[in-house]
Design a binder for this molecule. Structure first.
Ligand code: AP5
Length: 208
């Protein structure tokens, strides 16, 4: 299964991806997680990405495309993958298409998780993650268990200011790739409102 998850910041892509990769036994390839790891390690790529990410801007295509195309060529992604956060511009979508064509493989589905703008700020500002496991929590909607609560962290771009820029980028750069996948017959729209379990059920129905 080769899948892409698209949706606005805070739509629940990471939350749902963690569940889907268990079901399909495929690697979860999150461009955001890869970039955050590069920032934490202080690599050249991370130093380039850091300022863009903190400001809620997209990291330049030439940086991100090479990083993800290299990752999906690894052996563990040969039988399938879940791409989360990539592609998010038209050049990224075209570069992915070209790489898959060179490898002689096709995408199976592109899931678009739809959540209205006015619901996602609360999801973003309340998000916390466990640096040890990567698990995603929310202070209200999915609080961390007591043994984890003391070590959860907040992402540096989960501020109201950066969120405004991220949402604007989503509408300007990422939403326009939806018709690209719709025209290929790959797009599955999923309502992202409601409890995470309800959204998971909708995704499973959309993929059936
Ligand atoms: P990235 O890490 O991809 O962030 P994003 O797309 O903004 O998405 P998020 O991770 O914020 O949200 P999500 O949809 O995964 O939601 P989650 O499941 O965590 O990118 C970060 C930055 O990296 C970008 O701004 C850019 O700078 C750079 N970047 C990354 N990829 C790039 C690319 N391809 N090109 C260029 N730059 C790139 O859920 C959010 C919260 O809501 C959590 O607290 C969760 O518990 C809660 N929640 C989840 N589902 C529900 C629900 N159903 N009900 C209530 N709460 C819920």
């Amino acid at each position: 299964m080769r899948m892409i998850l698209i949706g606005p910041p805070g739509a629940g892509k990471g939350t749902q991806a963690a569940r889907l990769v268990e079901r399909f036994h495929i690697p979860h390839i999150s461009s955001g997680d890869m970039l955050r790891a590069a920032v934490a390690e202080g690599t050249a790529l991370g130093r380039t990405a850091d300022g863009f990410m903190k400001a809620g801007q997209l990291v330049p295509d030439d940086v991100v495309i090479g990083m993800v195309i290299e990752r999906i060529a690894k052996p563990d992604a040969a039988a399938g993958f879940m791409l989360d956060g990539f592609p998010r511009t038209r050049p990224q979508a075209e570069a992915l298409d070209a790489a898959l064509a060179r490898a002689g493989v096709d995408l199976d589905a592109v899931l678009l998780i739809e959540v209205p703008d006015d619901l996602i700020l609360e999801r973003i500002t309340g998000r916390r993650s466990d640096p040890q496991t990567g698990a995603i929590y929310h202070v209200t909607f999915n609080p961390p268990p007591p043994d984890v609560a003391g070590r959860v962290v907040q992402r540096s771009d989960d501020t109201e200011e950066a969120f405004g820029a991220r949402l604007a980028k989503y509408h300007a750069e990422t939403a326009p790739i939806v018709p690209f996948y719709e025209a290929k017959g790959l797009l599955r729209r999923v309502d992202g409102i409601g409890k995470p379990d309800e959204v998971t059920d909708r995704i499973h129905r959309a993929l059936a």
